[in-house]
Design a binder for this molecule. Structure first.
Ligand code: ADP
Length: 625
């Protein structure tokens, strides 16, 4: 992190900030525009008050014309009312579009993840990057989330600065009368330049010092992140339901206390940030505040001297003091914001490294023909595959053809390549060598979403949503209720469904609905199976979703599934041979290769084969099958 920051030039840092603002503007235009409009308005409108007050004071201390005073008071009142009204409208607009910014930024990441090639989602690198982005965001508010403040402060500081300068120009141009003696030095261009230069220098130094104080957060981001991670885990242990039993039995809360109450921790009273606050951070902040006071002093002296010398009246004094202070505040915020943009640039670089992860998978355009006869044929032709970053091939020269309507079993020991084979079949990954064909055409040439439509899979670690039962089965909000009920019935969930008062509208789990029902692993499996049936895809795959069950229960589920699979091509994956012996064809995977293929009878009679060896090794556990 430090390296990338050190290597990023000022213009690169500004460019990446500009990119981030544009990204937010394109994704959430109303959020950005309403906020800018609101901030510009709120920054500029106080100047109307300052100017009108100056006019009124001048009138009061000058000619005291009743008619003009009345007129000025009315204008002040009307403008205050109009400003307040417009401000309220803008604030409402901005508030409407700036709610829960955190969710909005998270949505950007989530949308990217949904569009990403599966290979990248599966990659540790992507998750490390995402975790770094989260850590930066949660620990110091760095990254995209910081941009909200950046563009807000940019808009308001530039507007304040411009408004202030507009009302201050005459302070420097108005002349002290020649009769004012020594005071006429105030008219000398060099003197005016000197005062302006000192003001600018002081205005510049104060925020630079404040930035210096703030930069310690960015400098110590690693300690900061670690402090947050420790807090996030140890201090919030009570929130973690899945740990609750262990915590109680082993009194792990006592161990945790040791970590949370550690006063030498990054945020502890004797920790790094406390030391920095007492040391350099505190000094820089104090110096920054002190210098701001000097600035105010110079303004007062200069304005008062000119007023005493007769350059302008009392109203102008109030106008100059107020508006030049605003110039100073605007300038400070602008400089501080530019500093913040610089500090934030390396964090934004990480955000864009993530958002720029390319989609390398070839996207075909062929549509998958919708065939009523379900006559789809898939062929693996000499397919090998190596996971990105992995040394060894997980699949080696696999050749296989699925005939329509067949039952194919893929068996083999754990780690033999069965799941990898399915991932390639579903084009979650592309083969490193060889090709996979659908009806004779390389699957890469098909439109990906179209190709997905021909598969239903129950993965090993399938997940159901804490949503309504019917929504889980259909993966839709509006769905065919009759079909959903039928699929649940076929999947063996009928009896349990009778007990559910809400029927298909019953929420699964209690995460989002207190009346939700908690279901067992076996029931979840049935719902997952009903989901595959509802999709009605020509290929259905069960990838060991039964790993938690005993071999006998698994075999029962597989053969029951076989009954309901009908005319579909079904592929069963298991490391338990008994589950799949009913299949038309069994492929035995070993070390990434298909080493045997045939029916159960054929394979079990080959005494020198792997299948025979595995069958007899496993048979002792389920001889009754
Ligand atoms: P099975 O489903 O037969 O248990 P897998 O297909 O899951 O086997 O794994 C085959 C091989 O590929 C194993 O050696 C496994 O460690 C490796 N592997 C699986 N997933 C990944 C991955 N995402 N990255 C790298 N290697 C992997």
């Amino acid at each position: 992190m430090k390296d990338s920051k050190d290597h990023m030039s000022f213009s690169e840092a500004m460019a990446i900030n500009r990119r981030a603002i544009l990204l937010l503007y394109r994704r959430y235009p109303q959020m950005v525009v309403s906020r800018l409009a609101c901030d510009v308005w709120n920054a500029v409108t106080p100047f109307a008050g300052i100017w009108l007050s100056a006019l009124i004071i001048d009138e009061l201390t000058g000619s005291r014309d009743g008619g003009r005073l009345k007129f000025l008071a009315l204008v002040a009142l009307a403008s205050a009312a109009a400003i307040g009204l417009i401000s309220a409208v803008l604030t409402k607009w901005s508030n409407t579009h700036n709610t829960s910014p955190w969710h909005k930024f998270e949505k950007i990441y989530s949308e990217k993840l949904l569009k990403m090639d599966f290979a990248d989602i599966d990659s540790t690198k992507t998750h490390e990057l995402l975790s770094a982005i989260r850590q930066n965001q949660d620990s110091g508010g760095w990254g995209l989330i910081r941009m909200e403040r950046v563009y807000k402060n940019l808009a308001s500081s530039v507007s304040t600065l411009l408004g202030g300068v507009a009302l201050t120009v005459t302070l420097f141009t108005s002349r002290v009368p020649e009769s004012a003696g020594a005071y006429t030095i105030l008219n000398h261009p060099l003197f005016i330049l000197l005062v302006a230069a000192v003001m600018l220098a002081v205005t510049y130094i104060a925020p630079v010092l404040a930035n210096k104080a703030g930069s310690y957060w960015a400098l110590h981001i690693e300690e900061h992140k670690m402090g947050n991670r420790l807090f996030g885990f140890f201090a919030l242990i009570g929130f973690k339901n899945n740990l609750a039993a262990d915590v109680r039995i082993y009194r792990q809360d006592i161990t945790c206390k040791k970590y949370i109450d550690n006063d030498k921790d990054a945020f502890g009273s004797r920790g790094l940030f406390a030391k920095l606050a007492k040391g350099p951070m505190g000094l820089y902040s104090a110096a920054s505040a002190g210098i701001s006071v000097i600035f105010t002093g110079i303004v007062y002296v200069f304005v008062c001297l000119k007023a005493v010398a007769g350059a302008f009246g009392l109203g102008a004094v109030t106008q100059y003091v107020a508006s030049i202070t605003k110039v100073s505040n605007g300038m400070s915020t602008l400089i501080a914001t530019v500093g913040e943009m610089r500090n934030n640039a390396p964090f934004l670089a990480q955000v864009f490294a993530f958002l720029d992860i390319p989609n390398n998978m070839y996207q075909g355009s062929l549509t998958v023909e919708k065939r009523n006869d379900r006559n789809y044929e898939v062929e693996f032709r000499n397919v090998s595959f190596k996971y990105p970053g992995s040394e060894n091939d997980s699949l080696r020269g696999v050749n296989m053809k699925f005939k329509v309507g067949e039952r194919l079993a893929v068996v083999g020991m754990n780690g033999s390549g069965k799941t990898t084979f399915i991932k390639l079949l579903c084009r979650l990954y592309d083969p490193t060598e060889g090709e996979i064909l659908l009806n004779g055409i390389n699957i890469k040439k098909y439109n990906y979403l179209d190709y997905m439509m021909i598969f239903s899979v129950v993965f090993q670690d399938f997940k159901l949503f804490a949503l309504k039962l019917g929504e889980n089965v259909s993966s839709k909000v509006d769905y065919d209720k009759g079909l959903a009920l039928d699929c649940l019935e076929k999947a063996g969930f009928g009896e349990r469904l009778q007990e559910m008062q809400g029927g298909l509208d019953t929420y699964l789990y209690t995460d989002y609905n207190k009346d939700g029902v908690n279901i067992s692993g076996g029931e979840a499996q049935k719902i997952a199976i009903a989901r595959t049936l509802y999709k009605n895809a020509p290929f259905i795959i069960l990838d060991e979703p039964t790993a938690a069950l005993d071999p006998i229960a698994e075999a029962e589920i597989y053969s029951k599934f076989d009954e309901i699979a009908g005319d579909k091509t079904a592929i069963y994956i298991s490391h338990r041979l008994s589950s799949c012996k009913f299949c038309d064809e069994i492929a035995v995977f070993h070390d990434g290769s298909v080493i045997q293929q045939g029916t159960h009878e054929e394979l079990v009679s080959d005494e020198s084969g792997k299948y025979y060896e595995l069958w007899h090794a496993q048979a002792q556990y389920y001889t009754e099958l």
